[in-house]
Design a protein around this ligand. Structure first.
Ligand SMILES: [Zn+2]
Length: 75
């Protein structure tokens, strides 16, 4: 189960206050449709990913959710 491997650390903001800017692999979770997908972030910028859109410091799913996705870091 992928969720169990994810650390408790999470945020909806792509900028991690504790560690500076996100960079690397992360899991993105849509609060509306519960979609969970691995994404890549490079210095705070979402790498082009199907169905996920970056708006400012937050990531939104393409399913119509108005709530930003949660990000889970795996590192
Ligand atoms: Zn969604």
């Amino acid at each position: 189960m992928a969720l169990l491997a994810v650390k408790e650390e999470r945020a909806s903001n792509i900028q991690k206050p504790e560690h500076g800017i996100w960079s690397g692999e992360a899991m993105v979770f849509c609060p509306l449709c519960k979609a969970l997908q691995t994404i890549w972030i490079d210095n705070g910028t979402l790498m082009p990913t199907r169905m996920f859109i970056q708006a400012g410091n937050q990531i939104y799913h393409d399913c119509g959710s108005r709530q930003p996705c949660r990000l889970y870091s795996g590192w």
